[in-house]
Design a binder for this molecule. Structure first.
Ligand code: ACO
Length: 398
């Protein structure tokens, strides 16, 4: 038996793989895609350019970009009609948008005739990842329209990904200012190291499962409030602050009740989250009452957190101003996490491709801490009375 190595809870600080997609420097407050500063990319490039960089390894020249945009927009529009019917039924049944997206991935695996990643060629799996990521905005927007009792709006391949997404949700071509705001948000959230959802997608890929399975697993991990599920809660917190009328009083009350303040703190950053810095800037430029409320509450909440956790830097993370920007762009709160997923699926597709090539089953161990085991027989079958013993013969399924 190999020597077991105990690692910190949450795998904090444990290197489990190598990647050339990007990384986060939590001490410096910096993250990058390939060799480029990610916030610089968000300031200077389009979503499709950065998408190409992340999945193909280089910023595209104009001809390559035109071809890539065509590939993405064709995929965005290639939703089977049967899938739209499924989206409508799931929405009518009250399934949340992120779960509709997750469910449709399983159905798309059949539509696209995906094969396990252990079979076939990597290029086909990469194409599958691109197609699934490109379809996400169409599925999310259709879900939102059905939920509002409206018909879905067909994709327009002549538009950029971010612009078309907003148009498919709201029904109107967005202004260049709002298009650029949502595009910058999407660029900032494509990838972010070995976070829980990316790691989950890679674990699933390591089993040889198909690309849709890995993406669906990533989405499941992502949906949790401590990960991608926080932005709408951050805005709910702003509502609660408005109701209380005093941010400090609200924050103290939440902490006293043992609750976390959503939109603050980060597993890796020990300084300001650089995504938050750019999103704050965008929110300030766009303006509006929610931006004002967030800008006013942020320093007070940081101060309260500093007081309660003097040894831990707890600043605003990506989620606080992400919610502000998304709301200002016309996205309802229910779409905040799905919108985050629209960009993160691009990152997962790159990680899935990298993991396919890495080709090693991820299979850690756990330290057993239950009752001392031994080669003891279980109770004889059919003897009733030992409560909790699955072999006691009391099961109705026997
Ligand atoms: N509010 C109150 N207390 C906090 C917060 C917060 N937002 N964040 C951390 N803390 C406290 C914890 O209670 C803990 O205190 P203790 O040591 O007295 O028990 C201490 O800081 C350390 O917390 P951990 O959970 O060990 O830190 P971790 O790095 O695992 O947590 C996390 C990171 C989950 C993001 C955390 O900061 C949090 O829960 N934030 C709120 C949820 C949120 O905004 N999530 C989105 C993150 S960004 C993203 O995933 C895209």
């Amino acid at each position: 038996m190999p020597t077991l190595i105990e690692v910190p809870k949450g795998l904090t600080g444990v290197v489990v793989s190598s990647t050339s997609i990007g990384d986060v420097d939590g001490e410096a407050g910096y993250f990058h895609y390939r060799q480029y500063d990610a916030t610089d990319l968000a300031r200077t490039h389009t979503f499709e350019e950065v998408w190409h960089l992340v999945v193909r390894g280089a910023l595209p020249d104009p001809a390559t970009l035109a071809e890539f945009r065509r590939e993405v927009s064709e995929a965005r529009a290639s939703i089977p009609d049967s899938l739209l019917d499924a989206v409508e039924s799931l929405t009518a049944a009250g399934v949340t948008t992120i779960d509709v997206l997750r469910a449709t991935l399983s159905s798309l695996a059949a539509d696209l005739q995906l094969v396990p990643t252990i079979d076939g060629v990597v290029a086909d799996h990469e194409r599958a990842g691109l197609r699934l990521a490109a379809m996400a905005p169409t599925i999310v927007a259709a879900t939102s329209r059905f939920r509002a009792g409206l018909s879905p709006i067909a994709p327009d391949p002549s538009l950029g990904h971010a612009e078309d997404y907003l148009r498919m949700v709201t029904g109107a071509v967005p202004s260049p200012e709002l298009t650029r705001a949502i595009e910058q948000y999407l660029i900032l959230t494509i990838d972010h190291g070995f976070n829980a959802s990316t790691f989950t997608a890679r674990v699933i890929t390591s089993t040889g499962a198909d690309v849709a399975a890995a993406m669906a697993g990533g989405l499941a991990a992502f949906s949790g409030p401590l990960h991608g599920g926080a932005p709408s809660r951050a805005l709910d917190a702003l509502d609660a602050i408005a109701a209380v009328g005093d941010a400090r009083c609200w924050a103290e009350g939440e902490l006293a009740a043992g609750r976390r303040l959503m939109g603050f703190g980060h597993a890796v950053y020990r300084t300001a989250d650089p995504r938050s810095a750019l999103l704050r800037e965008i929110a300030r430029t766009l303006g509006g009452p929610t931006a004002d409320a967030a800008l006013a509450a942020e320093p007070i909440i940081i101060d309260v957190l500093r007081h309660h956790h003097p040894d831990r830097v707890l600043e605003a993370n990506v989620e606080l101003f992400a919610g502000v920007v998304m709301e200002r762009c016309g996205l309802p709160r229910e779409l905040f996490t799905p919108t985050f997923a629209v960009s993160r699926m691009v990152g997962w597709s790159a990680h899935i491709a990298e993991q396919i090539i890495d080709a090693k089953l991820i299979r850690p161990s756990a330290l057993y801490i239950g009752p001392k085991p031994g080669r003891r027989p279980v109770s004889p079958k059919g003897v009733v009375g030992e409560t909790g013993d699955p072999n006691s013969g009391s099961s109705p399924w026997d």
